[in-house]
Design a protein. Sequence first.
Length: 105
Amino acid sequence: MLELTESAQKELAAFFEGKEKSTIRVYLAPGGCSGPHLALALDAATDEDMSEDQGGFTFCINKELLAQVEGVKIDLSYMGFTVEPTVPLPQTGGGCSSCSGGCGH
């Protein structure tokens, strides 16, 4: 279900240093112009989730979302964490021309 890169694992370890580790949720966030994307948040797992331990951390994702994306890769970039689905999400945003200039571009 989940691939956690070494750089992302180190960043999570630094974030939780001196704190109790919480479950990390992979969720579908609204995306504005570029459509929905996967993101991370601290959240408890529910009965509707699949949970997996990876690199000393517990991750959860909604079972229906997991069935849609088939898996995720969590990495680190200069902008923070990236969460890439194995199967790409459908793009519903249509680019910034569809936002009538309200995208901040």
